[in-house]
Each structure stands twice: as structure tokens, then as C-alpha cells.
Write a protein that binds this ligand. Structure first.
Ligand code: FES
Ligand code: FES
Length: 165
């Protein structure tokens, strides 16, 4: 059985030999590629701390078998800033105090980026809460998170409008 997979991770092509066909993307990212920004909370699909984008869609990387993602384009929290310039969602989280301990924050940010890209966020706080309901935060930073998504969403809509003009 060929246990070699090829992935694009944060824009870089990686070819990885897997020792175990059951390796999850989360373990591969953290333990093999040293990308520890993606957090392991529950390791069973219930907390969202491990959220990344795979081919533009948000997934729980703890439930994703790496072998099934051969050829995929992955983005982790390490890949969203542009050099020293934060991604607008990262900047909005800071501006609105969208984190306290910060453990859930990478997953929240990745999920928020996915939500905005899906065009699901809108300007309705309840829809944002629903859209991020798979991401748990024990500190209860939810109000700041929703405000951050509202602001980032408004920027992204503005950017699209400007691009279209
Ligand atoms: S660590 Fe993946 S959902 Fe909790
Ligand atoms: S900021 Fe602490 S768990 Fe979310």
C-alpha cells in the first residue's frame, strides 16, 4: 500500500510518507509538519479547535484521514497572514477582544474565514452564531467573536464591491 501523499500546505507543496494509514490531518500537521497553531481540543469532532480549510472548505482536521486528502490544498492558521500583515479576520479578533485564553482562537478564525467565504455570515449575529456553532470557546468570548466576524464580513463585502466597481 502506497502511504505517500502530496499536499499543498499554506501554499507549499509537501510530499509526506505516512507511517500509519490512520494518521489524521491534525496529527500530520502538528506532529510531522510542526504546524502547531491548529489545536487539538477534543480529538473527536466536537469542539472545532482543529478547524482548517481543505480546498477552501472548513473541516475538523481531527476527523480527517490524511490519506483521503491526497492532492488537497490546505490552509492552516499559519497560512492566513500576509507576511507581517494580519488577515482581516485576525485583526478583527484582536480589535474586538475575540479571544481570552486563545486556545480555541485558531479554529474560530479558520471557521470564520470559511464562513465568510461561503457567503453565509451576512450581517445577522444569529446567523453568525449558528455558522460558528461547531466551534466551542470555554471562556465565553463569543460576543467579541461575533463582532469580529461582523466587522471582517463588512470589510470583505466592501472589498468585493470595490473590486467589482
Ligand atoms: S479537536 Fe477536532 S473538533 Fe475538537
Ligand atoms: S478563548 Fe479560551 S477557549 Fe476560546
Amino acid at each position: 500500500m502506497n502511504l505517500s501523499i502530496s499536499l499543498t500546505v499554506n501554499g507549499q507543496q509537501r510530499v509526506i510518507e505516512l507511517d500509519d494509514p490512520r494518521t489524521t490531518l491534525l496529527d500530520l500537521l502538528r506532529e510531522r509538519l510542526d504546524l502547531t497553531g491548529t489545536k487539538k481540543g477534543c480529538d473527536r469532532g466536537q469542539c472545532g479547535a482543529c478547524t482548517i480549510l481543505a480546498d477552501g472548505k472548513r473541516i475538523n482536521s481531527c476527523l480527517a484521514l490524511a490519506l483521503s486528502y491526497d492532492g488537497a490544498d490546505l490552509v492552516t492558521i499559519e497560512g492566513v497572514a500576509n507576511g507581517d500583515t494580519l488577515h482581516p479576520v485576525q485583526a478583527a479578533f484582536i480589535a474586538h477582544d475575540g479571544f481570552q485564553c486563545g486556545f480555541c482562537t485558531p479554529g474560530q478564525i479558520m471557521s470564520a474565514i470559511g464562513l465568510i467565504a461561503e457567503g453565509q455570515a451576512g450581517d445577522d449575529p444569529e446567523r453568525i452564531r449558528e455558522g460558528l456553532s461547531g466551534n466551542l470557546c470555554r471562556c465565553g468570548a463569543y460576543n467579541g467573536i461575533v463582532e469580529a466576524v461582523l466587522e471582517a464580513q463588512a470589510h470583505s463585502t466592501g472589498a468585493k464591491t470595490r473590486d467589482a466597481a
